[in-house]
Design a protein around this ligand. Sequence first.
Ligand SMILES: Cc1ncc(C[n+]2csc(CCOP(=O)(O)OP(=O)(O)O)c2C)c(N)n1
Ligand SMILES: [Mg+2]
Length: 807
Amino acid sequence: MSKARQDQRNAAVDDLDALAALEKKVLWLASWTIHHANHLRESVDGLKVGGHQASSASLATVMTALYFHVLRPHDRVAIKPHASPIYHAIQYLLGRQTRDRLEAFRGYNGAQSYPSRTKDGDDVDFSTGSVGLGVAQTLFSSLVQDYVRAHGLAADRPEGRMIALVGDAELDEGNIFEAILEGWKQGLRNCWWIIDYNRQSLDAVIREGLWARYEALFREFGWDVVILKYGSLLQAAFNEPGGEALRQWIDSCPNQLYSALVFQGGAAWRKRLNDDIGDQGLVTRLLERRSDDALARLMTNLAGHDLPSLIEAFGSVDHDRPTCFITYTIKGFGLPFAGHKDNHAGLMTPAQMDLFQRSMKVRPGREWDRFEGLSLPSDRLQAFLERVPFAAGGPRRQRAPRIAVPAELAVARQAVTSTQAGFGALLNELGKTHTEFTRRIVTTSPDVTVSTNLGPWVNRRGLFAREAAADTFKSERIPSTFHWEFSPKGQHIELGIAEMNLFILLSALGLTHALDGERLFPIGTLYDPFIQRGLDALNYACYQDARFILAATPSGITLAPEGGAHQSITTPLIGLAQDGLAAFEPAFVDELAVVLAWAFDYIQREGDGEVSERTWLRDVAGGSVYLRLSTRPVEQVKRTMTPALRQAIVDGAYWLREPGPNCQVAIAYAGAVAPEAIQAVGLMGEDRRDVGLLAVTSADRLNVGWTAAQRARERGLVHARSHIERLLADVPSHCGIVTVLDGHPATLAWLGAVRGHRVRPLGVEHFGQTGSIADLYRHYGIDANAIVAAAQAIAPGRPIRHLKSLP
Ligand SMILES: Cc1ncc(C[n+]2csc(CCOP(=O)(O)OP(=O)(O)O)c2C)c(N)n1
Ligand SMILES: [Mg+2]
């Protein structure tokens, strides 16, 4: 056992009375915050802020024990979303949250309803909100912590525990189980999940006996399970004469009945217990020794509301095995609607709050005073707070220096190749160089490493595992293209198929600069359609401002014979709409090389520069990057990359063929349909003059720039011009634009709104057909012929001779 662990274990609470007082205060402040938001702050929208009071209360004791005693500065926590008021209250007591923000809870710039890394001011470790994701995030952050240290990074920072406070109904989310399985494969350690076993979900009381399923499941996957059921009062009562009967009654009491009795209180407990186990003997006397209030206190003294039991349980973990604590609690503990099955959205009425306030001895007007109503002297409480280990480390958010990245990435030119092959080749080249930058690249893929072309990179840099494992095929001298060797130095994390895990791992890898003070360059690959499988986790990663590069390939219907089920048509719209993710769909490998080099810089940006007048993009803040790639071999353009072209590719588009002054029609294409667009221009050449061909590398960045420039002009910056506005400036207004991509046509349809050009957007609205690329492009109307037909329709003139009649 490490010295730090030993210290932690041995540390008894030096002032349990102070801790108990703070527990009361935490519950009070959280309740008052919600009450203030609902009843006292002027409501603009008439919306109630339910869903917090009862749900928060069940974790008040656990979180008091953790934050004021158990946690160390390097531990990281994901908190059940609805416990956010408790978290904010604790940070307020620690001087890390302001009263203003609490008063504005759920309001503009106020403390967030669900803990948020990006929007809260009080150093939230992991955002939560969409249940299940924060839980899995702690598991992957543990794996990443091991990865970082195995690579000799963050060597001077102690290992932390990654802790999730999990709602019991939250465990219904499948992504949690996907994560548990992956954790088992990867040798998870330093991870605690504390299940708030209040036996209530949002709608109702949960199924009986779930704890036993959880226990079996966690043990099966190598976790230690600690069941925290009875508090110290109950344990003492069980030792009294008649106590054993009481224990048996509790153990066999259905959740619904227990909840109902909690809600009803002491007299109801007495009646029920007397009816069920009253014996005119020992049990009856055990009950009679207690007043109604004392009986209610006893029967609700579950371990999750008992500081000594919690301190003891957390303190006695002297190993780094993953540990699940099934912690019995009561939803709404300490509040009037405790245990009521409808309490999830329950709010205390002003009258109930008044009573509660009196019982807490909080004088009107002193509601926000930190020690108001507590019987211990303020200086003693203050001294206790100043000793709290969690708060000893200063700001929790780390900063990592920027790592120099190459301005250009080299790759051997091929006459005909695909963006996916180019991606593999670019990474292979990176794999040959050993710099501070390349040693921080980490790739990961959900069982599609080889099929997304990461194989050559992995051959060079190896797979990551805490324990080395040789490739048996290699040691047996069986020829194979890929070496599959694991070691602590490996730079590829191989995942099982679950895409949710991929995105949550990327989220963990993409936060190391903030969590561990070390910058990584995470690159994840997957098949494009399966972005949708993990979309909520991708959104979550972006919401947390994790930084990573996503290479999705193959994509669209262009994967043709690969199978109709795998065709993705909505992903370009996801790229367009997903906040925090800059989406690109290059057609040529030289474009991809430019975008990738830019991406390595972009993912490191942290808002420390000026907004660019030239582009009006959010380039200053940085973000993550999504590359939609293709397996289709395409004839490459022979050209020298110029700085201007480089910039245009990053900004989202350039004229592959400038429209002339007499231009009647222009074609704007994105991605793998480049050959069709080029061919269509050729077919039209004799009958339409000066046809322009716009290569769109990022519909997303074009769109963001356009929106930003409009906003800037509306704010009075009259000279603001976006890249697309400049590109379309010289296109005559009577000119029609045909847009085309292998994806939903809406992705580019908005180009018509930029300067009022007529647009005919081509793309794919239905999917599922298999065939050759030619078959499918014809079927879905994105082949050269369809482009020409659209051009003829939108820009009437003499008939285009090469237009075949459409089938
Ligand atoms: C993915 C997702 N689905 C639904 C919700 C809405 N929701 C919030 S909390 C909750 C269940 C609460 O039950 P539990 O996890 O047991 O927490 P408790 O309220 O008992 O503390 C639900 C369904 C959500 N936040 N995220
Ligand atoms: Mg619950």
